[in-house]
Design a protein around this ligand. Structure first.
Ligand SMILES: [Zn+2]
Length: 109
């Protein structure tokens, strides 16, 4: 269980066509309309580089990560996505990061 300064390795990244969160070298894009979704990424509640930068969207709600069950922040745009994609799981950044690392490991071996 890592707490505290973990946030320094996670930051917002804005690209030409998309924005997302960069986590230890992995770029996790925010979801866009019309995109095929595997998972809807949300940031953990309480810990939050977005919150620290005051970019939390008004109307954000609390939800639960599909994988670990911890509280996550669900922005209004994400709430809309969840209505459009009721079968797509919402996960916290931590779990998505773990999944990416697992996939990376599988690719390397
Ligand atoms: Zn999780």
């Amino acid at each position: 269980m890592v707490t505290g300064d973990e946030g320094s390795e996670i930051y917002l990244e804005h690209r030409k066509d998309e924005s997302g969160i960069r986590v230890r070298g992995h770029f996790i894009p925010f979801m866009k309309e019309g995109q095929e979704l595997d998972v809807i990424v949300c940031v953990r509640k309480g810990w939050n580089p977005l919150e620290a930068r005051r970019v939390i969207v008004p109307g954000s709600q609390t939800g639960q990560c599909d994988r670990c069950g911890q509280d996550i922040l669900i922005a209004p745009s994400t709430q809309e996505l969840m209505k459009d994609y009721p079968n797509v799981p919402t996960r916290c950044v931590d779990c998505v990061k773990k999944q990416l690392e697992e996939e990376d490991g599988a690719r390397k071996s």
